[in-house]
Design a protein around this ligand. Structure first.
Ligand code: SF4
Ligand code: SF4
Length: 292
């Protein structure tokens, strides 16, 4: 049985598919977007967090601990009287995760489950096993930066697909996300060839992804796609990602200090339905800069 790593399960998502969603966040992502607001997402192994700003310095969590949960991390996860220490990342078997999701049965009847991340398709075999056991509507938010043989079988199991497309210029894509966009474009073409309906999400990061040129280039690329349902332009939420401090990292994304440049008209004039969305941090999907 396949095992996978999850870093969060949240109820009451509103923007990741029809109705009210249960959102399952899978750990691990092949990209490293400079604006990522879910810093606990990209690395696959579980990571320790500590609320340093509230720490009283009693030192209990640093005493030697041989508990199997704690030994690999060199810190006690259970000793803090204020529960300031914990782990991002829990390992499940496919059956365990499917059982947990299906346990929300009444809730899922009003919408469904959305797989987000991190990048869900990075754990494709595991998630295919999970998805086949879930009788409720399923959606996936994906950056699509994984091999097509991993991406497509999983995508075809979903009822709704939200695919990030951040930048068309390959050099800029490498500069700001750490990877080429070629695999992403190939996977979008593969979805279209398979006649699988999909939504494209473009996170509008001021000064990085929101130029007229980038939005026009994306619109050009999408203009021939017959399975594209719409484009969603997601506004950047300047919420400070405090989670970086929890895992001892700094956040220094070079984001312009101005509202995003929203050009739905560039899509409309190519016959592509486009909507601009401004998501609150807690509702924002993994692929949105508002939260992730
Ligand atoms: S923003 Fe999304 S795609 Fe980019 S690194 Fe973070 S999790 Fe990955
Ligand atoms: S046990 Fe809690 S309060 Fe004490 S040092 Fe560790 S994190 Fe700080």
């Amino acid at each position: 049985m396949k095992r996978g790593t999850i870093f969060d399960i949240k109820e009451l998502g509103l923007y990741d598919g029809d109705g009210i969603r249960l959102t399952v966040f899978l750990k691990g992502c092949p990209l490293s977007c400079v604006w990522c607001q879910n810093p606990e997402g990209p690395k696959m192994p579980p990571e320790v967090f500590r609320h340093q700003s509230r720490c009283k310095g009693c030192g209990r969590c640093k005493l030697p601990c041989h508990h199997p949960d704690c030994a690999p991390f060199g810190i006690c996860l259970h000793a803090c009287p204020d529960h300031l220490v914990g782990l991002y990342g829990k390992v499940y078997t496919a059956d365990e995760l499917a059982e947990e999701i299906n346990g929300y049965g009444d809730f899922l009847a009003y919408g469904g489950v959305t797989f987000s991340g991190g990048e869900p398709a990075l754990q494709s075999e595991f998630l295919c096993e999970v998805a086949r056991q879930i009788p409720f509507p399923k959606a996936m938010e994906t950056c699509a930066a994984v091999p097509t043989e991993d991406f497509l079988p999983l995508a075809l199991l979903m009822d709704d697909l939200f695919v990030d497309l951040k930048m068309m210029d390959e050099g800029e894509h490498i500069r700001y996300t750490g990877r080429s966009n070629r695999q992403i474009l190939e996977n979008i073409r593969a979805l279209d060839a398979a006649k699988k309906p999909f939504v494209i999400r473009l996170p509008l990061i001021p000064g990085i992804t929101d130029s007229d040129e980038n939005q026009a280039a994306i619109a050009d690329f999408l203009s021939e796609m017959s399975s594209l349902q719409r484009v969603e332009l997601l506004s950047y939420n300047p919420f400070t990602p405090t989670k970086y401090a929890l895992i001892g990292r700094a956040y220094d994304a070079p984001i312009a200090n101005r509202p995003p440049n929203i050009r739905t008209d560039l899509f409309a004039e190519r016959g592509i339905p486009a909507v601009a969305l401004r998501l609150r941090g807690a509702d924002a999907p993994h692929s949105s800069p508002s939260n992730h």
